[in-house]
Design a binder for this molecule. Sequence first.
Ligand code: TYM
Length: 329
Amino acid sequence: MKKIFSGIQPTNVIHIGNYLGALKNWVALQDEGEAIYCIVDLHAITVPQDPKILKEKILETAALFIACGVDPSKATLFVQSSRPEHSELSWILNCFTGMGELKRMTQFKDKSGGDQDNVTAGLFDYPVLMAADILLYQTTHVPVGEDQKQHIEITRDIAQRINSKYGETFTVPEPIIKQSTARIMALDDPSKKMSKSSPNASSFIALTDTPDQIREKIKKATTDSGSEIKSSPTGEKPAITNLLRIFSGMTGREIPDIEREFEGKGYGEFKNALAEAIIEELEPIHKKFEELMADKEALHQILTQGSQKIAPLAQETLNKVKEKVGLGI
Ligand code: TYM
């Protein structure tokens, strides 16, 4: 049976890149095995956070998971810091991870912006905490976007290293990356990944944007030279390719089918249809989100129950590792 684990940071806003690259797949996968979905607040504090806002965002993120279709009666939802085993296993895994391996992580290089002396040790160590998240539950599959692929690879390396030194300890997980939506690009610059931390709010569409905001952002989205609505997997038309991928991800239609519909038509018509397709998909999510946020007590309860439900598995793995490594009395 598949054991699925994935996580998302409760920072800034959740955008359609997170939705198409990860969340939408989480919903599909909850029927294919045991699914555990985590709000990774410990990862969030690797960069400065306002405590009040962070707390609020944790609940908002839980509400968005459910609004997007994650069903708490099928999948387990919980907050990372509510299970101390994550930090504890992370420490142990640190002692089996090389500095050189972590220095090679492209996300660390990007996020530190070349100024490694002025970022936290937590940011450097981020992939090891992620490995602990995954390995703690003997996960078989991790649905993520392309940007997390390298972190799954290091998780596999750490698991294999410990397995070969101490005998079978961890399941070695596989990533699940849906190629067509694995890397949704920024609307204002298709050479950059759509990112929560972008200072330009027009570069992304948040799941909670209003229909008018969505229309405005799509209208403003960068386009390529020429007027054809045609994707180029080889990269000459990055902007229209990205918009077509978003259209396809939102509607479930194949890209060639969308291209056929807009043959001989201009960007204006295509962009209008795209904005409406996004609105159609996001409006019910937005509505459900507002309903869920009106009952914070219920959200608290879902997260607390989730954490309690997975406690035995987390403790079992942690005890097994401690025993193998020779910790305790
Ligand atoms: P985070 O919070 O940055 O992103 C959450 C998920 O969204 C995907 N994603 C994208 N997919 C397509 N296009 C984009 N532009 C885009 N931007 C983000 C990410 O790949 C991710 O799947 N380190 C993780 C959270 C994490 C985790 C884990 C994930 C912590 N522990 C264990 C899996 C398993 C992160 O920061 O994701």
